[in-house]
Design a protein around this ligand. Structure first.
Ligand code: CMP
Length: 148
């Protein structure tokens, strides 16, 4: 079914113009429609709010700091099975695992560490709705779905 997902190119990837360009191309080549896109810079508190579920994990502090360390590019992407398709393209969270089990994926090719892993993607339709609202508060998923 047609779905929306929230995709984020994280600060490590946005920092390098070639990688940002490569990822943007990859999105288009894989039949996603870019519904909305914007550059965004998080304050520390945005980062803490978005990753509240990870509070207490050993990587929480470095994650929060990293995600508020520079500009990101956020996308609302539309496609058949957008959620799982984007996650498949990203590959596993952990970069070294990604390189081992899914060598062609985005994180395998461009990820630096388990934290600086290049991209984010919603893990379900429910998280997509929640995360789209977080990044694009003015956007209504329901209205968009009615129009297509
Ligand atoms: P993301 O898909 O944005 O969701 C949570 C993030 O936490 C994840 O990508 C990584 O950036 C980070 N993360 C998850 N697991 C680890 C880990 N084991 N070590 C360091 N960072 C992690």
């Amino acid at each position: 079914a047609l779905q929306l997902t929230l995709a984020v190119i994280k600060p490590d990837a946005v920092a390098h113009p070639l990688i940002l360009e490569a990822l943007h191309q990859k999105i288009l080549e894989n039949k996603f429609i870019i519904v909305k896109s914007k550059e965004i810079v998080w304050q520390r508190q945005d980062s803490e709010r978005f990753y509240a579920e990870h509070k207490g994990r050993f990587f929480y502090q470095r994650l929060v700091e990293f995600m508020s360390s520079g500009p990101m590019q956020a996308y609302i992407l539309a496609r058949e099975e957008a959620v799982s398709q984007w996650r498949m393209m990203m590959g596993p969270t952990k970069v070294f695992r990604a390189r081992y089990v899914a060598p062609g994926t985005i994180r395998a090719r461009f990820g630096l560490t388990d934290t600086r892993n290049t991209t984010h993607g919603s893990d379900s339709e429910d998280s997509a709705r929640r995360e789209i609202a977080f990044f694009f508060p003015e956007f209504s998923v329901a209205e968009w779905m009615e129009r297509v």
